[in-house]
Design a protein around this ligand. Structure first.
Ligand SMILES: [Zn+2]
Length: 125
């Protein structure tokens, strides 16, 4: 694994991690007990008990926040784990079969944790 590619990807991953954290903190609160976990904020539009439509809107917003939040959370987890692998000197190795992931793939997807063979295997499960 080339050092300069790792260094370049580390910078990319750190920027991505910052961006994801910022986006997440706008729509969710960090769960202090669970690493990488965020809870979607429940936006209060006020007085939902007396207004059904406001309550429905509140619920819909909460639902959409949860799906966006879950997606961002997964991305953040992948990015953070990739950074952990750089720290542990395991970066660029498939977490499933330990094969080296090609530099081309890592350039396109710095957070990649599987080699192409394993990605196909996992998708077809
Ligand atoms: Zn693999």
């Amino acid at each position: 694994m080339q050092r300069d590619l790792i260094q370049k990807n580390k910078e990319k991953l750190e920027k991505e991690q910052e961006r994801l954290k910022k986006t997440l903190s706008g729509i969710a609160t960090k769960d202090p007990n669970v690493k990488y976990d965020y809870n979607a904020k429940y936006k209060d539009f006020g007085d939902p008990i007396f207004d059904d439509s406001a309550e429905a809107a509140e619920e819909a917003l909460y639902d959409s926040n949860i799906s966006v939040e879950g997606n961002l959370e997964l991305q953040l987890r992948d990015v953070s784990q990739a950074l952990d692998r750089i720290k542990d000197d395991n970066y660029g190795k498939c977490v499933e079969c330990r094969t080296e992931i090609s530099g081309k793939r890592l350039e396109a997807r710095p957070a990649a944790k599987y080699c192409l063979k394993c990605v196909k295997k996992i998708k077809h499960k």
